[in-house]
Design a protein. Structure first.
Length: 437
């Protein structure tokens, strides 16, 4: 199938479609960027206007709160164009980029450099985070008010803000903007040269470990500061059982805290590590107890969001083993099948919770228009998936410039077949079984 660049009066029929009342057999028409009509009956229109997607599931496109597109400053790793193509291939219509760039988006002028590239090259919605501190150095606060209208929130992702007084003042000021503070929680003094989880694999293979306390200790501090200041705290990429417990308890106390974890933390534990850079990221893949706590936390809603932390590097940067490879793996093109396989197909949680974590909740946290289901008048940001098909992970076929993923060679359940953005196809699988009727 080869759909036109913009769909006009095209009906999709015969699929299970997510509505506000769950999955239902529903036909819908896409026209000029929106869902123009829905019907339980097949439309009486010319055959070239109807595409059958029998056996497939139609969802609003996904939203990823945490990606790295490396531009400006590091375009040899990824560009906004290639990153957004990868997101589209993963079923995403909206992503939020982190600010470890050169120059860092710490002023309106620097932010505009990134926004100009986004406007020119992105194939989906790309919303940047601005920094918390100048150059992400953790000392001097940025002008939050001037950048707030243009960003998803504020983060120094890649490093934690070490000075408590700086973080307290940042939270006070960000609270006034209504934006979130997305915290990379890491206590530098506890790292001690570690580069993988401080667990059994590290000890058996003579690697330097990163202790769990380096994460949860700063999670604990930032929750306390959020309670004190009223700031909306979003904790990035949690990986430890202690972080899950702290956030669960904070929510019970009514503190405005949300959090995310990545697909790889749900799938793997340090028993699965290999001597390859594709298993190296920050925070690291933790122990089995941590993985089980993360799975439980996602299933019960303590963990609000699945976010990929898509972090591409060059082949040379990722081919130096666990010790010397750069931190970070790619994840946009494997995110849905990875989480579906690990959490839904395995019976650990229902599909509805995955939908909440990858579609509804991130948009709610970011204050974006709601995507609760396919309905008349919504923007036609859609992903069509085959829940029964298998995805064989071959990084050489990725749209991203990065190739390093712990899922390399894995077979996952669930396949993205089509992604629409504003009613235009931005990803189309080669073997998509859609035919005119």
């Amino acid at each position: 199938m080869n759909l036109p660049e913009l769909l006009r009066d095209i009906w999709f029929v015969d699929a299970e479609v997510l509505t506000r009342n769950g999955l239902k057999k529903l036909n819908f028409k896409v026209s000029d960027g929106i869902i123009a009509e829905t019907s339980v009956e097949k439309p009486d229109v010319s055959p070239e206007k109807i595409y059958s997607i029998a056996g497939m599931t139609v969802l609003p496109a996904f939203t990823d709160m945490h990606v790295h597109f490396r531009e400006p400053g590091f375009a040899y790793k990824e560009t906004i164009h290639t990153g957004s193509l990868a997101a589209a291939a993963g079923g995403f219509s909206t992503v939020c980029t982190m600010p470890n760039l050169n120059p860092a988006p710490d002023t309106v002028e620097n932010l505009n450099r990134q926004l100009d590239i986004i406007k020119k090259d992105a194939v989906i919605d790309v919303i940047p985070f601005a920094t918390i501190t100048k150059k992400r150095m953790g000392h001097e606060l940025v002008d939050f008010d001037s950048m707030a209208p243009f960003v998803a929130g504020f983060s120094d992702d890649g490093s934690g803000v070490q000075d408590e007084s700086v973080m307290r003042e940042a939270m006070k000021m960000i609270a006034k903007t209504g934006k979130i503070l997305a915290a990379h929680c890491e206590v530098n003094s506890l790292l001690k040269g570690g580069y993988i989880h401080d667990g059994e694999y590290a000890r058996q293979n003579n690697h330097k470990g990163i202790c769990s306390e380096s994460e949860w200790k700063e999670v604990e501090r930032d929750i306390r500061l959020a309670e004190e200041t009223g700031c909306r705290l979003h904790v990035c990429h949690i990986s430890t059982k202690e972080s899950v417990r702290l956030i669960r308890d904070a929510k019970k106390r009514g503190i405005q805290v949300t959090c995310e974890t990545g697909p790889h933390y749900l799938t793997f534990c340090d028993k699965n590590l290999r001597e390859h850079g594709r298993f190296k990221m920050n925070p690291p893949i933790r122990g089995e107890e941590d993985r089980e706590a993360l799975r439980e936390g996602l299933a019960d809603g303590t963990i609000d969001v699945v976010a990929t932390d898509h972090a591409p590097h060059s082949e040379s940067e990722k081919s130096k083993g666990l010790e010397k490879s750069a931190m970070g793996v790619v994840g946009l093109e494997t995110a849905f099948p990875a989480v579906y396989t690990t959490m839904v197909a395995s019976g650990l949680m229902p599909l509805e919770r995955l939908i909440d974590a990858m579609i509804i909740r991130p948009r709610d946290i970011l204050g974006l228009p709601e995507y609760h289901g396919i309905e008349t008048g919504m923007r036609a940001d859609i992903t069509i998936v085959d829940l029964n098909a298998e995805t064989h992970v071959d990084p050489s076929l990725f749209k991203t410039m990065g190739r390093s993923t712990p899922y390399d060679g894995e077979t996952l359940k669930g396949k993205i077949n089509l992604t629409l953005f504003k009613g235009a196809p931005v990803f189309e699988a080669k073997n998509l079984l859609i035919c005119n009727k």
